[in-house]
Design a protein around this ligand. Structure first.
Ligand SMILES: CCCCCCCCCCCC(=O)SCCNC(=O)CCNC(=O)[C@H](O)C(C)(C)COP(=O)(O)OP(=O)(O)OC[C@H]1O[C@@H](n2cnc3c(N)ncnc32)[C@H](O)[C@@H]1OP(=O)(O)O
Length: 151
């Protein structure tokens, strides 16, 4: 088995830890619920602009194409992180539409970074944009997430 992710080494100096369960409860079990999971391991932060950012480790059980993450696993991560970004910005929502462009194969057992930005709020509709990268120039996927306020 490959080395486990060293999230602290990847964390940028201006990021502060973000406690998702304290905001939305403990229901987010599918993606981020198991810190020692064999599929996903996630850590949430706020970046220097106060936007939500996540470090997401894709374990070997997320495999789709040989040696690489299944598109559905990337979609699951983007669904949770971008939805949570809306909550973190003060909008209680569920995701209505998630549109993803897969740009590059994501190697298993690696940690990817998800950057988020709330780009518009129109009535109940909150549009969140996200990028799943290697933390540098490598872009694995980018997504627009239309969130709908439920409260
Ligand atoms: C709870 C704790 C969580 C705590 C967890 C928090 C972390 C979140 C992370 C997890 C994210 C998820 O996976 S959430 C789970 C996946 N999502 C779901 O299962 C959602 C299922 N869908 C629904 O429940 C519903 O369709 C809603 C709530 C999205 C919308 O229904 P509604 O409330 O009746 O609202 P409705 O009148 O239809 O729409 C309101 C406005 O939004 C637009 N709109 C609605 N849906 C869409 C759509 N898919 N695509 C485009 N536009 C849409 C409409 O055109 C309208 O625009 P206008 O006419 O006003 O212009």
């Amino acid at each position: 088995m490959a080395p486990l992710p060293d999230f602290e080494a990847l964390r940028k100096t201006d990021w502060t830890p973000f406690d998702a369960p304290s905001l939305v409860g403990k229901s987010l079990r599918f993606v981020s619920g198991d810190p020692q999971g064999k599929r996903f391991r996630l850590r949430y932060f706020r970046d220097g602009k106060n936007d939500l950012v996540a470090l997401a480790w894709f374990g070997e059980e997320t495999e789709g194409p040989p040696g690489h993450a299944h598109g559905g696993s990337m979609a699951a991560v983007l669904d949770e992180v971008l939805g949570l970004a809306a909550w973190a910005a003060g909008h209680p929502i569920v995701v209505g539409n998630l549109n993803i462009h897969f740009r590059k194969l994501l190697p298993l057992e690696s940690v990817a970074q998800v950057d988020t930005e709330v780009v518009s709020v129109k009535g109940r509709k909150v549009l969140v944009r996200g990028r799943l990268t290697d933390g540098k120039e490598g872009l694995y996927a980018e997504a627009d997430c239309l969130c709908i306020r439920i409260l």
